[in-house]
Structures are given as structure tokens and as C-alpha cells.
Design a protein around this ligand. Structure first.
Ligand code: FAD
Ligand code: SF4
Length: 500
């Protein structure tokens, strides 16, 4: 059927499975993205040109061996494809669902055609792995007597835990939330990433021998001093301090009905999971909703508000509307800085770019009733700095009963670690992050950090990548030498070629 691998792109066009239609999917919170049949998935893998220099490796922060797994899929060898994928990525079922796929932006085929559907192929491989029972617990054959504490169980903590456990160490994870998974559990909504998909993987980690302690906040109900009992500590607490208007002196920013995206999204998932919600209910039903912030988080708030039955929804963004196509200074294989329309944007709402929030108005009972905005124009000053100025006479008042702030995250909640462990923070383009050396070690010997806590708000794929890299550094520091794989331009290659 597929005689010459390198010719597939001339025969087949890029094809993804159709998502459930908007009018149907907004009635529920379940995943609406589906799988391709075997033959179709193989056709898509056959489009890979098997480039001599695969630029998709440059794009993927994990260094996934994309042409290799495409080749195996094309040859219907799904099991080998899974082994190749797992050799660089602990959790391909997560990235196959939520990764923005920088690999596809740097696929050579995308220079003058549509890129290979790499993320979809990754999803197909991972799901076949689970369906066929090929993904099983892989506990280590030999245990070292080293004990490692991991603080925070997002994708960075989980990836590091699995790597370190497979290297034989005794790994204990501390998570302040009532469920492990970090933003995979409470953050990314279930319609993008089903929570059973997260539990399915966490159960594998538990069966491999990793010990999870939930509702265990280090620095609060778990004393920091307890961490000193471990041979090494990894801090993967994410970057969870949200940017708000409170420090920006915007009048009315304390009104009721102005909430952070994480409070809104966490409650929504808790409600769906049948959890008890102790804080005041935040729900978009029958409300005019304004979401401030045009990124991934804002988009998740739109999809969630629509599913909750909001009356109307408007998404505000300070930055100008990005171009539809790459511009001359943003060429392949760089990440394209273009307008993105997420599946949630397809579901409804209006997007307004280049606007500044001037004031929140009250209904006289302390609740937000409207937001005053003004158009802005962006310009570059004589020193080359990008700035904006207001356009007089363009103020508008938008009625709203719920305002959701999705303006990004500025720092990890690391005060207790700074005060009690003496670790240092560093300034980043977002705000602050935990300072480490190139081996992921903080300013305190034996204490490491990875993921959003270390690099600032980022992506799941980067968190997994940093979790894996930091695990190798910890293993090397503890044992003098590590057999865990390390990343290079051509992906991960361990000295023992093990499929960690
Ligand atoms: C709403 C939203 C949607 C997103 N969507 C996407 C997407 O579609 N694709 C994508 O690639 N990325 C997405 N991201 C970004 C991505 O989720 C993060 O980059 C990633 O989860 C970071 O992983 P992490 O392990 O570093 O931290 P986190 O996932 O933030 O996990 C940190 C964990 O540490 C715990 N913790 C914190 N302090 C303590 C303490 N003192 N003791 C114990 N535990 C503690 C927290 O409870 C949390 O569970 C999204 C982010 C948000 C907010
Ligand atoms: S993890 Fe993301 S960047 Fe890497 S191959 Fe998968 S979709 Fe592409």
C-alpha cells in the first residue's frame, strides 16, 4: 500500500478527524476530539518526508523522534511506534491532546504545504498503546536506598517522578491539592483533557511504586524541615501567582464578580468531579461574561463559560490582533506569531484586541455590573521599546456580571522555600521564577527545581521535558553517574538504550 515512504506527501493531504459539531459539544464537558481509523492515521504518517535534518526535532521541546515513529506507524507497527514515543515522552496522551505542536510549525513540509499531523499521530499511538494494554507499570528491578521528595505533581513533577523511580530511587510526591496532576487536573478543562486520562497515567505511576501524598502543602501542613530528611528534593510547584488589576490601581477591581481564571476553572472541574466546593460559587450561567486575556487560559474560560450557559461572552486583549500569516521577520522554522483560533473561540463570543481596562463599574451593591475600556494604539519609541497610548474618545462600556482575569501568571508561590530553605528567585520576562544552575539545582545544595516554577508560565511539553532533564541531573548528583536518557538535538539517547 505504501511503497516509497518519502512520497506520501505527494499522494495524501493533511487530514484530521472532524471534531464533534459546536452545537452538540457545547452541551457537555467531555472531550470532543476523536481518533482516526488505522488506515487514515497511517496515511498521515506516510506524509512524513523522513528529512535528512528533521527540523521537527528542533521544534519539539522533548526532542521526540518524529520521523522514526511516523515510519513505524506507516508500517503498521504501532507497538514499536509507542516504544519510540515513550523513549522521549513519558506522557504522549497529554501532549497528543493539548500540545500547541511547535514541531508542526517547524515541519519541513510546512514551508509550502500543510505540515505532517504530528500531534494527531502521537495521540493515535498513545491511545492504541492504552487500548491494547501495552502501557503497563514498569517498576525498577533494583532499588537504591535514596529517598527523593517531589513537591508539586503537575507534568514536571510527574515526569521527574517516573524517571527517578525507574532509576530505582524511592520517590515521594507532595501535592497541596486533593488530586494529583497540577494544571492537568485543575486548570486545563475536561473537554480538552479528560480527567480519566490523567488518572489512568497516575495509576501507572502508583503501580510503579511512587508514593503520592495529596492535600499535603509543603510549607503549611507539611513542615519544610521534613524535606531535609530526603537525599534530594525537587520543587515543581508551577507558577501560580496570577496577574490581577489590584496592583494596577484600576478603580473597581475589588468588586464582587471579578475572579481569577484559576478560581473559575478549578471550581468548574471540581463541580464536574462531584467535589465539595468550599469557596463562594462562581458560575457563568445567564451572565454577561468578559474574559480579560487572549491566551490559552482565556480561551479555556470561554469554552467553560459557554458550556455553563452564559448569556454573552467577550474576550479582551491588550495586544494588537496578530497577522493571519507569518510576517517577513518570523519565518519558518520559528514558531509563527499569528492569530490563533482555538476550538473554544469557534464556539462563540467576540474578541476585541488593543483595548485597555479603565474601570469596573458597580451595581451599587458591591457587584460588578460593567467594564469601561478604551482602544489603544501600539508604537515603538525612539529607544526601540514597544509602548501603547490611549485613543481619546474611544471609551466603551460593556455590561457584565462576571469578569474573568486570564492575564497570565507572574511567579511561583515560593515564599516558604525562600525563607526556610534559602533558595533564591530570579527575574524573568513574566515576573519571578526559582533560580537554578544548568543542572537544575537551586541555590540550596540538593534542592532542585523544574517546570513553570523554574522557567515561568509555559507549556505541558516543556514541563515534561524539564521534569525528565532534572531527573537525570538529580540521579547523576546522587549516584555520580546516570543511565537516564538526556536530551540532545536528535532526541534522547541513553547509554543503555532503555525506554525510560
Ligand atoms: C488554564 C490553563 C490552560 C492551559 N492549557 C495548556 C494547554 O492547552 N497546553 C499546554 O501545553 N499548556 C497549557 N497550560 C500550561 C501548562 O498547564 C503548564 O505549563 C504546566 O502544567 C506546568 O507544569 P508544572 O508541573 O511545572 O506545574 P503545574 O502544572 O502548575 O503543577 C504544580 C503543582 O504544584 C502544586 N503545589 C504548589 N505549591 C505546593 C506546595 N507548597 N506543596 C505541595 N504542592 C504544591 C500545585 O497544587 C500544582 O498541582 C495551561 C495553563 C493554564 C493555567
Ligand atoms: S510533544 Fe508537542 S512538540 Fe513534541 S512532537 Fe508532540 S505535539 Fe510535537
Amino acid at each position: 500500500m505504501f511503497p516509497e515512504k518519502e512520497k506520501g506527501f505527494l499522494v495524501f493531504k493533511r487530514e484530521l478527524p472532524p471534531d464533534e459539531p459546536v452545537q452538540e459539544r457545547i452541551k457537555h464537558f467531555k472531550e470532543f476530539h476523536h481518533s482516526l481509523p488505522d488506515t487514515k492515521a497511517r496515511e498521515q504518517a506516510y506524509r512524513c518526508m523522513n528529512c535528512g535534518i528533521p527540523f521537527c526535532h528542533y521544534g519539539c521541546p522533548l526532542g521526540n523522534r518524529i520521523p522514526d515513529f511516523n515510519n513505524a506507524v506507516k508500517d503498521k507497527d504501532w507497538k514499536t511506534a509507542l516504544k519510540i514515543l515513550h523513549s522521549t515522552n513519558n506522557f504522549p496522551e497529554f501532549t497528543g491532546r493539548v500540545c500547541p505542536a511547535p514541531c508542526e510549525a517547524s515541519c519541513v513540509l510546512s514551508i509550502n504545504d500543510e505540515p505532517v499531523a504530528i500531534e494527531q499521530i502521537e495521540y493515535e499511538i498513545a491511545e492504541r498503546g492504552w487500548k491494547n494494554g501495552w502501557i503497563k507499570p514498569e517498576p525498577p528491578e533494583v532499588r537504591t536506598n535514596k529517598k527523593i521528595a517531589i513537591i508539586g505533581s503537575g507534568p514536571a513533577g510527574l515526569a521527574a517522578a517516573q524517571q527517578l523511580n525507574r532509576a530505582g530511587h524511592n520517590v515521594e510526591v507532595f501535592e497541596r491539592s486533593d488530586e494529583p496532576g497540577g494544571l492537568l487536573m485543575y486548570g486545563i478543562p475536561g473537554f480538552k483533557l479528560d480527567k480519566n486520562v490523567v488518572w489512568r497515567r497516575i495509576n501507572q505511576l502508583i503501580d510503579e511504586g511512587i508514593n503520592f501524598n495529596c492535600s499535603a502543602e509543603v510549607g503549611k501542613n507539611i513542615p519544610i524541615e521534613k524535606m531535609l530528611e530526603y537525599d534530594a528534593v525537587l520543587i515543581t510547584i508551577g507558577s501560580t501567582v496570577a496577574r490581577t488589576f489590584k496592583d494596577m490601581n484600576v478603580p473597581g477591581s475589588n468588586l464582587k464578580g471579578i475572579v481569577t481564571a484559576m478560581d473559575f476553572l478549578t471550581q468548574s472541574t471540581q463541580r464536574l468531579l462531584g467535589k465539595y466546593i468550599s469557596s463562594e460559587e462562581i458560575i457563568a450561567k445567564d451572565k454577561n461574561v468578559v474574559v480579560i486575556g487572549g491566551g490559552d487560559t482565556g480561551s479555556d474560560c470561554i469554552g467553560t463559560s459557554i458550556r455553563q450557559g452564559c448569556k454573552s461572552i467577550i474576550n479582551l486583549e491588550l495586544l494588537p490582533k496578530p497577522p493571519a500569516q507569518r510576517t517577513g521577520d518570523n519565518l519558518w522554522p520559528q514558531w509563527p506569531m499569528i492569530l490563533r483560533t482555538s476550538t473554544s473561540h469557534q464556539e462563540g463570543g467576540e474578541r476585541i484586541f488593543s483595548v485597555l481596562t479603565k474601570e469596573f463599574l458597580s451595581d451599587n451593591y458591591g457587584n460588578v455590573s460593567a467594564i469601561k475600556i478604551i482602544e489603544i494604539e501600539w508604537f515603538t519609541d525612539e529607544n526601540g521599546t514597544r509602548k501603547f497610548r490611549e485613543r481619546p474618545g474611544t471609551e466603551k462600556i460593556l455590561p457584565c456580571e462576571l469578569v474573568i482575569l486570564a492575564m497570565g501568571f507572574i511567579a511561583p508561590e515560593a515564599d516558604a522555600f525562600v525563607e526556610n530553605l534559602g533558595i533564591e528567585l530570579v527575574s524573568t520576562r513574566f515576573g519571578k521564577a526559582i533560580k537554578t544552575n544548568e543542572k537544575y539545582m537551586t541555590s540550596k545544595n540538593g534542592v532542585f527545581s523544574a517546570g513553570d516554577a523554574r522557567r515561568g508560565q509555559s507549556l505541558v511539553v516543556w514541563a515534561i521535558s524539564e521534569g525528565r532533564e532534572s531527573a537525570r541531573c538529580i540521579d547523576e548528583w546522587l549516584m555520580g553517574k546516570s543511565y537516564l536518557p538526556s536530551k540532545n538535538l536528535f532526541g534522547y539517547h541513553s547509554e543503555k538504550e532503555k525506554t525510560y
